[in-house]
Ligand binder design. Structure first.
Ligand SMILES: NC(=O)c1ccc[n+]([C@@H]2O[C@H](COP(=O)([O-])OP(=O)(O)OC[C@H]3O[C@@H](n4cnc5c(N)ncnc54)[C@H](O)[C@@H]3O)[C@@H](O)[C@H]2O)c1
Ligand SMILES: O=C(O)C(=O)C[C@@H](O)[C@H](O)[C@H](O)COP(=O)(O)O
Ligand SMILES: [Zn+2]
Length: 358
């Protein structure tokens, strides 16, 4: 095992995010006293789930492997209900635990299953996608999608610890590596501009999971997220900054029937947020344009069809940051200076959208 980085997350129930290569051993140690551990995984991670099950058996823990549909198809209430049936049949008690092995979709589902079972049992995300490591597995937001919108049903339920084994990224498809980088870049704009410099200097190195640049970017993004959620688990204030670019991103995902990658939607949503801040007189033109160039350098999408606007606007109205009929957007007043833009009129929003629509 190479050097392990330990990033603490504070709050009522503090835990650590561990980053390194070949970190497979710790899950049982993060869950002392568990006799049974449910292992939720999607088909692409079956081998890793089998390995973890074997290691749990070796430690006298009974694994309950549960295969769920891949990606967003697994992030549904029907899938969660099947998992709860399996936990019930296996006699899961409050000292037992859930482990989610996979990308953000599986860990969001696993955390939600754990949050609701017996009103909350321990869980650990074994994050295997870049996006999962830098974002989804950290911070305790768990949930599923519904026809009404993205992540509209869920719970805040911090994990007992987070494992980010960089070796798992070796098999992650390039499109998913790039998608994860969209959230890393988001962290660059809202809090840590060094991230932007590193990506711009060498975009290829940024998505090479075996290299030092990717590791530095991953750790920087985790630290941004850990710092924010440590002070505001339930998103009553500062945590909203992590939603930068997400008001439009979630609307795109809904309009696409959850078939777009989340990170791709975040790339488009972040470019939109930059344009909106510029048109609102809050952000300079160069920084707004930088959103587009840095996402494009990573091969990420930066535009969306013009005729989708009415559907997107309707979807944005159920964004979790909205209050009543007032839409609220995270914008920038400058690099690393996030703020809220409340109640922009529809014409301003449409003008910003025209800037990014193909
Ligand atoms: N809870 C949060 O705070 C939070 C934050 C950001 C995103 N999210 C959620 O995370 C989800 C997106 O996560 P994602 O980008 O990881 O997508 P994903 O979970 O759908 O994974 C993308 C694809 O990569 C595969 N995969 C994952 N790891 C792999 C590996 N090591 N090798 C080969 N294939 C692998 C998956 O099986 C899937 O097919 C969205 O649902 C989003 O809403 C949640
Ligand atoms: O952790 C957060 O808070 C975020 O907003 C991070 C986002 O990248 C992530 O996509 C999150 O799931 C969005 O949360 P939601 O509450 O808007 O569904
Ligand atoms: Zn996100």
């Amino acid at each position: 095992m190479d050097e392990v980085t330990r990033i603490p997350v504070g709050g009522e129930r503090p835990y650590d995010v561990l980053v390194g290569r070949d970190l497979l051993d710790p899950p049982p140690r993060l869950l002392p006293g568990a006799e049974r551990v449910a292992l939720l995984f999607a088909p692409p991670l079956k081998d890793l789930a089998d390995t973890l099950a074997e290691r749990l058996r070796g430690l006298g823990v009974t694994p309950l492997p549960i295969e769920v549909p891949d990606a967003e198809a697994g992030k549904r209430i029907e899938v969660a209900a099947d998992c709860w049936e399996r936990l019930g049949a296996a006699g899961f008690t409050r000292s037992d635990a859930v482990v989610g092995v996979g990308g953000g979709a599986v860990t969001d589902l696993a955390g939600f299953v754990a949050a609701c079972w017996l009103r909350g049992v321990r869980w650990v995300p074994v994050a295997t996608s870049l996006l999962g490591m830098v974002d989804a597995a950290v911070g305790g937001k768990t949930g599923v999608n519904t026809a009404a919108g993205k992540n509209l049903v869920g719970a805040f339920h911090p994990p007992a610890g987070v494992l980010c084994d960089l070796a798992t990224l070796d098999s992650l498809p390039p499109a998913d590596l790039a998608a994860g980088m969209a959230e890393v870049v988001k962290c660059g704009f809202i809090a840590d501009p060094v991230i932007l410099d590193l990506v711009e200097r060498d975009p290829a190195a940024a998505v090479d999971p075996t290299g030092p640049v990717a590791r530095e970017l991953i750790e920087r993004a985790i630290r941004v997220k850990a710092d924010v959620v440590s002070g505001d688990l339930r998103e009553s204030g500062v945590r909203e900054v992590l939603n930068y670019g997400h008001t439009l991103a979630h609307a795109i995902e809904k309009v696409e029937g959850y078939r777009w990658r989340h990170g791709h939607a975040v790339a488009v949503g972040t470019v939109f947020a930059g344009a909106l801040a510029r048109l609102a007189g809050r952000l300079d033109a160069a920084t707004a344009e930088r959103h587009r160039t840095v996402m494009a350098a990573l091969g990420l999408p930066t535009s969306y069809p013009a005729d989708a606007w009415p559907d997107l606007l309707a979807a944005m109205r159920v964004d979790k940051k909205a209050r009543g009929s007032t839409l609220r957007f995270v914008v920038l007043d400058g690099l690393a200076r996030p703020a809220i833009l409340a109640g922009p009129d529809d014409e301003l929003l449409h003008a910003a959208y025209r800037e990014i629509s193909g």
